[in-house]
Write a protein that binds this ligand. Structure first.
Ligand code: UDX
Length: 834
């Protein structure tokens, strides 16, 4: 497998050890499948040709459905016959696909200066008398300083010299008056690093291009469940002048359902009904973008630009600055190119391979030759395109667009190259601007861990979420024509979003006194969701929460029906999982529970003192270095991992720790290792455990130099449901009987002391026969050992089943508590925004 080094900005090859290892493992796996020829007896169809290519054979065997196998076979045969792609395409760019160096009015003069037409923008900060100057900088452009056409400025750039224009040509008032209006269009001189000479240019005082009326479609392509973040984003983007077109991954019922009511409230917000399963890197992402663009051209909306954003993007400038920028560049198209050797880019990006998307995966099937006659280009899939170009690319049936659409139907990460390539080779080539308007938080050592190999036959990278530590990167956008940053995930870090909003708006919006400003709620389950299917472990535990609450609070006089579960975080720390249910006396209750810390430090030592976190969970995100299973719900089919975090010691010593995994009957079933060194203080250790895991209380013992350092207890909860249906007797025995594994002993006997093994085994066998009420009681007793219910409240009342509880809206933790930062109220008639 080739490594896809990065998706956009500073495209580079990767050489990280973990990535190499990931690739190697994946390669080995594929090789096993590659050694066999196509087994025709597995297929309910006869391939149209003889398929012998290793990749295609492997893909056909690995694909689950016959339809997918057949599609892969058909595409492979077309590819072998040379009929899959056009052999040659003809571009219509007057200068043959080479971008003239005049994007944004840039040119090099004889002194090697670059002249840019720029303009003044105003960024009034309520408490600051300074104004920001926006520059139309061509991206990738190093500059040491800027000569402004006025003395008023803010940001880090010290003007080396300034010259004034006649005041009459600009409404700008001098510093000191925060309410001054300011603006105007000028030519601004920017000169390159290291060159000290400066040639003043005459200011362009011609009438400025109209930007007031530029109308942007924000095309939001969403997945996941971060509803409140999407609302926060909409709030900051919203203006009655612009349009908001939303695509929600077809597998995400929750987000679609919860956003739908916005359509009725705002005529300029719409959700597309033509939804795709937009897997990461899939051809469907481009299909979706083109489908949305085509639909947008059919709406009565009169827009000038389409700009795509995801749930993890956020503006780093006020929208008025974006309006001014796009207003001054109405006919331009903004895409970001890799900026390196194109051949190398093509290889690293897998553009020289044919992929087939089916069964929600991108299968790599063969090498390919790209059509001759055109220049390929690509970089980032975050774009801003003019209406005219969108109309060409989404509706035109010309050979160039048609041919490239066929090529990109079988391309990995297609949106990262399709628009670039069309733009470069079409009559729109002169409108190409190498800027995706975004700053992306690439941290390749963390983000390139081959984390999408369950979705694509390739190793892809993802940018990291911003945290306050990355502030300098956000701040660096200030003098540049960058309007958005990615990625932001409030479930990982919300503080940085607040910092950003305060930076953008000063103290007024949002003010520090906003209720629950530092809290974040994200849905994990909703009873109306059909897709994605609820995890059986989560369903089991939330049902247990309802019963345990009812037993302890109402003496079981109330029965409950579970409606929703929500993850609740404050100041970027997970606090509780909230379960919302109705009771038999028609009350809406919300209960907060959390896992109990079950880590015991046994031998105090310098190493144990450095332990900051030690827990068993699942869904470890190597990029963000955190388990996304916040309540640590593990069941017989989960993939438990030991998550650890050690404090730095300053010494470059490596500590090798052995982890002993003991099941509920005290058998040692797995030994795993962790290696603590200064460069790897946070990490996880994944045991190789057989499914199904025996339910009950498990233990991990950490051994260092033949001494027991620490013990972590964790729960494998029995399942009340399997595939959403209550367990029957046979299923219970199968799922709760554990897996047959040969107990390990090795040299660790003295850490195991298992005198009760016989008794525990008997108990386990009897537990595995439980169903119905008995099973529920077993689940509830384990729940009560490993979890604690911290709080409960009722919606619109304070008494439930004869018991007094808090009113949910008055609490600071309930999902019913006020959350103004994500509340979409009504539009302010004067400003046109929220
Ligand atoms: C990065 C780059 O930013 C992007 O340019 C490249 O195409 C992929 O790598 P990354 O952060 O990894 O992006 O992807 P993410 O933002 O999670 O997803 C990209 C888009 O696909 C988003 O709009 C997201 O909502 C959508 N998506 C992703 C889905 O609709 N469904 C999914 O299952 C995954």
């Amino acid at each position: 497998l080739e490594l896809k080094a990065n998706s956009s900005d500073d495209w580079q090859p990767q050489s990280h050890k973990a990535v190499t290892q990931g690739l190697e493992n994946h390669r080995k796996k594929l090789q096993v499948a590659n050694t066999t020829a196509l087994r025709l007896e597995e297929l309910n169809f006869r391939p149209e040709c003889e398929i012998t290519g290793k990749e295609a054979v492997s893909a056909i065997h690995r694909a689950k459905s016959q339809n997918c196998k057949q599609l892969i076979a058909n595409v492979t045969c077309k590819s072998l016959a040379g009929t899959l792609y056009p052999k040659r395409l003809t571009g219509s760019c007057p200068n043959g696909g080479k971008i003239a160096g005049k994007a944004l009015g840039c040119f090099k003069d004889e002194n090697n200066y670059r002249l840019l037409s720029g303009y003044f923008g105003v960024n009034k900060k309520s408490n600051s008398p300074e104004y920001c100057i926006q520059l139309c900088l061509q991206s990738g452009f190093e500059y040491a300083g800027v000569q402004y056409s006025h003395e008023c400025f803010c940001g880090n750039d010290e003007p080396l010299s300034t010259f004034k224009l006649p005041d009459s040509s600009c409404n700008m008032k001098c510093p000191g008056d925060p309410h001054a209006t300011c603006g105007g269009y000028y030519t601004i001189n920017v000169f390159q690093t290291g060159i000290k000479k400066f040639v003043p240019q005459v200011a362009n005082t011609e009438s400025p291009p109209s930007h007031e009326n530029v109308k942007i479609v924000f095309l939001l392509t969403l997945n996941g469940r971060a509803l409140r973040q999407v609302k926060r984003l909409l709030k900051i983007l919203y203006h009655t002048r612009h349009f908001y077109y939303i695509h929600v991954d077809v597998r995400e019922d929750y987000l679609f359902r919860e956003l739908l009511p916005l359509e009725r409230r705002f005529p300029n917000i719409r959700l597309t009904r033509r939804r795709f399963a937009t897997i990461w890197g899939g051809a469907s992402l481009l299909e979706m973008l083109l489908s949305c663009m085509s639909e947008l051209l059919d709406t009565p909306w009169t827009w000038d630009f389409v700009l795509n954003l995801s749930e993890s993007d956020y503006p780093v400038k006020q929208i008025s600055a974006l309006e001014r920028f796009l207003g001054a560049n109405r006919d331009r198209n903004f895409v970001k190119s890799h900026g390196r050797d194109t051949q190398r880019f093509l290889q690293k990006q897998g553009l020289d391979k044919t992929f087939v998307e089916c069964d929600r995966r991108m299968w790599r099937v063969a090498d390919r030759r790209l059509p001759e006659g055109i220049q390929m280009d690509g970089g980032s899939d975050w774009i801003a395109l003019s209406r005219e170009f969108v109309s060409y690319v989404a509706k035109s049936g010309d050979d160039l667009v048609g041919g490239l659409r066929q090529v990109f139907r079988h391309t990995l990460l297609p949106a990262e190259s399709f628009f670039h390539t069309v733009l470069r080779n079409s009559r729109f080539c002169d409108s190409y601007v190498d800027n995706n308007l975004h700053v992306t938080n690439w941290k390749r050592k963390l983000g390139c861990k081959c984390q999408y190999k369950h979705v694509v036959d390739w190793c892809g990278c993802s940018p990291n979420d911003f945290r306050p530590d990355d502030w300098a990167r956000i701040q660096s956008t200030q003098p540049r024509q960058l309007f958005f940053a990615r990625k932001f995930e409030p479930i990982i870090n919300q503080a940085v979003l607040l910092k950003l909003e305060l930076w953008l708006f000063g103290l007024d919006k949002p003010s520090r006194s906003v209720t629950n400003l530092h809290s974040y709620w994200q849905s994990v389950y909703h009873h109306l969701d059909l897709s994605p299917a609820i995890d059986d472990g989560l369903r089991t535990v939330t049902s247990s929460v309802g019963r345990v609450w009812s037993k302890t609070v109402t003496n079981a006089t109330c029965s409950v029906t579970i409606l929703r579960a929500t993850s609740f975080h404050t100041k970027d720390l997970y606090k509780y999982t909230l379960v919302h249910f109705t009771t038999s006396d028609s009350a809406d209750i919300e209960v907060a529970f959390r896992p109990i810390n079950m880590t015991y430090l046994v031998a105090p030592s310098t190493l144990t003192k450095r332990i900051e976190e030690l827990a068993v969970s699942s869904d470890y995100d190597q990029k963000e270095q955190i388990s996304r299973n916040f309540p640590r719900i593990l069941s017989p089919y989960s993939e438990p991992v030991l998550v650890y975090k050690f404090a730095a010691s300053g010494a470059s010593v490596t500590h090798n720790i052995t982890c002993l995994w003991l099941d509920p009957i005290g058998q040692l079933v797995e030994i795993s290792d962790i290696s603590i060194e200064e460069s790897a203080l946070i990490g996880h250790s994944k045991p190789n455990l057989k499914h199904p895991h025996r339910p009950g209380s498990w233990t991990v013992k950490l051994i260092y130099h033949q001494t027991l350092l620490a013990e972590v207890k964790f729960l494998i909860t029995p399942l009340e449901f399997y595939s959403g249906v209550p367990l029957g007797v046979k299923q219970a025995r199968l799922i709760h009987g554990g897996s047959v594994s040969r107990p390990l002993t090795d040299n660790y006997d003295r850490f195991i002391e298992n005198s009760d093994e016989g008794i525990l085994k008997g108990v386990s066998v009897s537990n595995s026969n439980k169903t119905g009420k008995e099973l529920q009681d077993w689940i509830d007793s384990l729940f009560s050992k490993f979890y604690v219910i911290e709080k409960s409240c009722a919606v619109g009342r304070t008494e439930v089943c004869g018991v007094q509880v808090e009113e949910c809206r008055r609490t600071s933790w309930s999902s019913f508590a006020p959350d103004p930062k994500s509340f979409i109220g009504s539009v302010n008639e004067t400003s046109g925004a929220f």
